[in-house]
Ligand binder design. Sequence first.
Ligand SMILES: NC(=O)c1ccc[n+]([C@@H]2O[C@H](COP(=O)([O-])OP(=O)(O)OC[C@H]3O[C@@H](n4cnc5c(N)ncnc54)[C@H](OP(=O)(O)O)[C@@H]3O)[C@@H](O)[C@H]2O)c1
Length: 331
Amino acid sequence: MLTLIVVGVVLVVILGLLVRFALADADMTLLCKGRPKRSEVEGKVAWVTGASRGIGKELARQFAELGAKVIISARNLAELENVKAEILGKYPTAGVEILPLDLASDEESLREAVKKSESFFSGAGVHYMVHNGGHDPPPKPVLEMTGEDVLTMIKTNVLGTINLTRLIAPFMLERGGGHFIVISSTAGKVPAPGQSVYSSSKFALVGYFHTLRSELIQKGIDVTVVCPGPIASKSVSYGKNSGEKPMPTDRCVHLTIAAATHKLKEVWISGQPVLLVMYLCQYMPTLGFWFMDKIGINRVESTNSDGNTSLMTMLFGKKKEKTGKSAPLLK
Ligand SMILES: NC(=O)c1ccc[n+]([C@@H]2O[C@H](COP(=O)([O-])OP(=O)(O)OC[C@H]3O[C@@H](n4cnc5c(N)ncnc54)[C@H](OP(=O)(O)O)[C@@H]3O)[C@@H](O)[C@H]2O)c1
């Protein structure tokens, strides 16, 4: 009898965990943490790149809501001014400074930007460096990427971000601490068919920042690597017919700030089935990579045509056309 009760309890717990996982929109460690900690943010300076729209704009707003002073960067000055006006409209006492920046520019320009960022708010210095700005063009099959495509992506997503880090970290060390929040992607952890160079740029950030933390954490530098799946912010949407809703931008940002203020080192922010694929590739790579190899060509084909990236289409390809021929898999 006792054995039956124990087995029953174990089964109920397992069932509960499975349901929780099926409904999850982030990894289990992050979901176990609470809300963002205001005490970790209030009064500190957060510099957000790519803040003219999308995730970056919402990051700036939520940091301001939590009492941080924010520096907002991107290339488009007019959009940054709108973001500043919107934030001040909501939080009139917030501190907001605009710092136009092209991540793909040379080292001297980046050095100047860092100097300026350190001078804002009476020289308070940047505590949270939020590397969010990035180039994410529409998908293209791997062999159709031109040299120019590769260069633009790597310059913006990797070189700009790494150089900014090299230039600002010494100021943080001098003050005894700082925190890099790095918006990578699920494409920085698992293959992303149709986004080969974007994926490699996001993998590069994961490697660089985990290494940087291992060298500098004992000197007060924290790193939180954030890997979001599809987020509603994306201006050029693909996978639009998948039936899988992208996560609202404010939820992604809420979880990002929660992760950073709870000092998590890496978090995955996505609903299913992407989250399951992340777990498979991390903990059962043979199965995870087999799955990605099975769906890769179908995903490229679908994103190139009707954007139908539903799991069934990914697994089994597009239905036969009325002619009886299969739809072409690649353009
Ligand atoms: N949305 C998603 O589904 C998703 C998923 C995973 C990861 N992410 C990552 O999250 C970040 C933000 O994504 P998002 O959806 O908010 O993208 P978005 O709406 O396209 O915004 C991108 C931001 O980056 C800025 N930017 C682009 N090129 C730049 C450059 N050379 N120098 C400086 N700033 C530049 C843009 O401003 P300007 O054009 O004015 O410069 C804009 O503010 C990106 O790193 C993206 O890879 C997004």
